[in-house]
Write a protein that binds this ligand. Structure first.
Ligand code: ZN
Length: 144
């Protein structure tokens, strides 16, 4: 195995992705080649540093405190309501404009209309299923 091949295979070795015969060949090269062995040690140190540098996550208490604030809850609800109202208005306007747009060929208008209605029906179907199964959701009371 050449040094170039060994250096390519070192990452696979550290990630445990090599077949046994490949691993044996790389380890054999590392035993006999000081430069590649040093390279492997550098990669191993980098992997250990990356593993140790995991980002902190907010605690459940911090998340609960955030959602306890009436402003935070209202902001989220208002955002959803405005988003849905805006989408409904745009859909109604789009459907009306599409119905009277004689410059757009009829098959295109019908295709766009069918796509819009299909998306709406799929949204309703997913929403109804979610609402019906919500009481049985085992993750319902999980904060995050
Ligand atoms: Zn080498």
């Amino acid at each position: 195995m050449s040094c170039e091949e060994a250096r390519i295979a070192i990452m696979g070795l550290l990630d445990g992705e090599l077949r046994p015969e490949e691993e044996g060949a790389v380890r054999g090269h590392l035993r006999g080649c000081r430069e590649c062995s040093l390279e492997e040690a550098k990669y191993r140190n980098l992997a250990a540093l990356a593993k140790a540098a995991s980002l902190p996550e907010p605690t459940d208490a911090e998340t609960s405190r955030f959602w306890a604030g009436i402003y935070n809850r209202s902001e989220r609800k208002a955002g959803w309501v405005l988003l849905l109202v805006g989408l409904a208005l745009l859909a109604a306007y789009g459907a009306t404009a599409l119905a009277v747009a004689e410059t757009i060929p009829l098959p295109v208008r019908l295709g766009l209309l069918a796509t819009g209605i299909g998306l709406f029906l799929l949204f309703l179907s997913v929403l109804r299923l979610r609402l019906r199964t919500l009481p049985f959701d085992p993750y319902r009371n999980v904060v995050r």
